[in-house]
Design a protein. Structure first.
Length: 274
């Protein structure tokens, strides 16, 4: 096995760059979306990911993404009449959360989605830029954003490689407040579910441990950030959730790989019968 040697993307810098994108996801959510698409072993996973995160806010603001899908950062995929309907319900009112069921500190309930956009969002300019300067700045930001996302994609793909000894979630540094780190974890979960849905996965396709992991992921979207305290109990609970997310993502990825192999074997047998 090999270790992932590439340095992880800088969370603050990527937060700033993604804030200028149309969807403005947090870095955690961006990686979650990518992991969802990669878990399905799609040949065009990166293209779909880039189409969501690098959409031109001006050119696409009226028409939306070309595949008819739009990301609602509160959780869920909205599709037009010609696109496959997403069989994912992120509400699940009244059900016990997997964290509470496991005996961890209770911190789950319905709550609005919050993004961690870093600590350097306020910018003050002494001069008002001209239209030309503004356009040039936008182009520079877009190029830097694409480069940063390509770095994130390469780092994530290397971590998901079967020969890798580690798969790390892109989350804020440990010195960030617990509440902000928990918000990023919630972003990651919702991003993963969106990526799986965008890739065409339905809940009914997952069986066994992968299906149970999917159910638990949905329950985690109910995390109540206001109930989180800056104490050791919640710190340990968040650590357990992050570890679960690593396992859940790999379980779903392995399940889909097996499903692809089984489907190819079935098709090969059918061809042999004709």
């Amino acid at each position: 096995m090999t270790m992932v040697s590439a340095a992880s993307p800088d969370y603050d810098r990527l937060s700033h760059l993604l804030a200028g994108a149309e969807l403005a996801p947090s870095p955690a959510e961006a990686q979650g979306i990518l992991c969802g698409l990669l878990a399905l072993h799609l040949p065009d996973a990166l293209e779909r990911w880039h189409a969501q995160l690098l959409a031109d806010p001006i050119a696409d603001s009226d028409s939306g993404p070309s595949d008819g899908s739009t990301l609602h950062l509160g959780g869920g995929l909205a599709s037009d009449a010609h696109a496959p309907q997403a069989p994912v319900d992120l509400t699940f009112q009244g059900r016990e959360s997997p964290v509470e069921h496991a005996g961890a500190h209770p911190c789950c309930d319905d709550h609005a989605h919050h993004h961690v956009i870093g600590h350097d969002q306020d910018h003050h300019h002494s001069e008002i830029p001209t239209d030309g300067q503004h356009h040039a700045d936008q182009e520079t930001d877009a190029a830097e954003r694409r480069a940063a996302l390509e770095q994130l994609a390469a780092w994530t793909q290397a971590a998901l490689d079967p020969t890798s000894m580690g798969f790390d979630l892109l989350l804020p540094p440990d010195d960030w407040p617990l509440h902000e780190r928990a918000s990023a974890v919630l972003d990651w979960v919702r991003g993963l579910l969106f990526g799986l849905t965008l890739g065409g996965l339905s809940h009914e396709q997952l069986l066994g441990q992968a299906g149970e992991a999917f159910d638990d992921l949905i329950e985690l979207t109910r995390m109540d950030l206001d109930a989180i305290s800056e104490d050791e109990a919640d710190e340990e609970a968040l650590t357990e959730i992050v570890e679960f997310l690593r396992v859940a993502a790999m379980l779903i990825r392995e399940d889909r790989a097996k499903a692809l192999i089984d489907e190819r074997d079935r098709q090969a047998k059918e061809i042999g019968l004709h």
